[in-house]
Design a protein around this ligand. Structure first.
Ligand code: NAD
Length: 361
């Protein structure tokens, strides 16, 4: 295949990224020093996990009031704590929920963030914030919430339970796959996404086999970072829109929902974009992207159906309308009510996606 002419505009988000297995404390101290800050507001869901990471800095306050999806009142409490302690920087140590709270503080105070992630969620590499008010989630984009620096220390993830690691790792694969056809995608996003698929596919099965081995954790973390950078630039494709609707309407678990839905979105879209499918297949090391994803899901004993995640079958038709409204026009195949309902049914039942053919007009 001869590549066509290149015509795109790509924006790279400014951020320092460090990989420092076993060295988070020194790296955090250096990054705080570089930013000439001296009064750290530390945010962590788990104080015991965070304290060793904070050993090299002066902590003005350690704030552990972290709640999933950042309810507005939790955000407001954290902002008051930042003001009361005269903080000049936020250091967050935790998963996407912890990073999300640090972003909520930065959004109104302008304080810089040094992020130390402990899951594969990838929020630390995006300028997207999210807040929940009365059960409704609002998201927005603001450069103030992009962490100034990220310190990845895979040793902090050794205790992340295997099932959570698998769901979180497949969430990263979903960022990569959706980045191949998302509304603002470009060749740079695709290159990052393909390397993300390769790294997570290499790392995640090792996490399952030996959760206490550093190398598998680190490869998965590296892939998760790439996946988030690609996703931040490319935007949300059909897969993320589906999961956002399902998560919001039925309160399904974030990472697990991604893990279940992704193969059906691949089965729907990949046949329409054979060149992208071939590139993803190569990154998975398989004959097709779907075969590669299914092999990874089998090796890691991934969650299998929306029913298992607690969704009710009668809710399937209710989700179709909101998904159609949110579906991006850039999707490789037309997004019809018939296709989405069939996809949701298949994901609800956990049918074998390699034997499932989407009704595409
Ligand atoms: P999470 O942060 O809620 O963490 C899940 C659980 O794992 C928590 O109980 C936490 O304490 C625990 N945990 C975290 N790290 C651990 C470790 N190393 N060892 C043991 N336990 C650990 O979940 P998540 O999946 O990381 O994040 C999900 C949230 O992040 C969602 O709200 C999602 O919307 C958001 N998110 C935002 C973006 C963005 O760009 N803004 C991107 C991805 C995810």
């Amino acid at each position: 295949m001869t590549p066509g002419p290149l015509h795109f505009a790509h924006e790279t988000l400014p951020q320092r990224v460090r990989f420092a297995a076993g060295g988070a404390a020194d790296a955090v101290a250096e990054e705080v020093g570089r930013l000439q800050a001296s009064r750290v507001m530390a945010i962590a869901s788990d104080a015991a996990r965070a304290e060793p990471v904070l050993a090299g800095v002066t902590v003005a306050v350690l704030h552990t009031d972290v709640v999933m999806h950042v309810p507005v009142e939790v955000a407001e409490r954290a902002r008051v704590v930042a003001r009361d302690h005269d903080a000049d920087i936020v250091v967050c140590v935790g998963g996407g929920s912890t990073t999300g709270l640090a972003k909520a503080v930065a959004l109104t105070t302008g304080l810089p963030i040094v992020a130390v992630p402990t899951t594969y969620a990838g929020s630390e590499a995006t300028d997207v914030w999210g807040l929940t008010d009365d059960g409704r989630k609002t998201t927005g984009v603001d450069r103030r919430v992009l962490p100034e620096a990220v310190v990845y220390d895979a040793s902090l993830m050794l205790g992340l339970p295997v099932a959570s690691s698998v769901a979180s790792g497949l969430n990263a694969i979903a960022h990569c796959v959706d980045s191949m056809w998302a509304p603002r995608t470009d060749p740079i996003d695709r290159a990052l996404a393909l390397e993300g698929i390769r790294a997570v596919t290499a790392g995640l099965p090792r996490v399952v086999t030996d959760p206490w081995e550093l190398e598998g954790r680190e490869q998965t973390l590296y892939g998760a970072y790439l996946s988030a950078v690609a996703f931040a630039s490319a935007g949300s494709g059909l897969h993320h829109k589906i999961c956002h609707v399902l998560g919001g309407m039925f309160n399904l678990p974030h990472a697990e929902t991604h893990a279940v839905v992704l193969p059906y979105v691949l089965a729907l879209n990949a046949p329409a974009v054979p060149q992208l499918d071939a590139r993803m297949a190569a990154a998975f090391g398989a004959g097709s992207a779907l075969a590669g994803l299914q092999r990874l899901r089998e090796e890691t004993d991934a969650p299998g159906s929306l029913r298992d995640l607690g969704m009710s079958g009668v809710d399937v038709p209710r989700a179709v309308g909101p998904i159609l409204e949110a579906a991006p026009p850039s999707n490789p195949v037309p997004v019809t009510a018939e296709a989405i309902e069939a996809l949701l049914r298949a994901a609800y039942d956990g049918r074998d996606p390699t034997r499932w053919t989407a009704p595409v007009r």
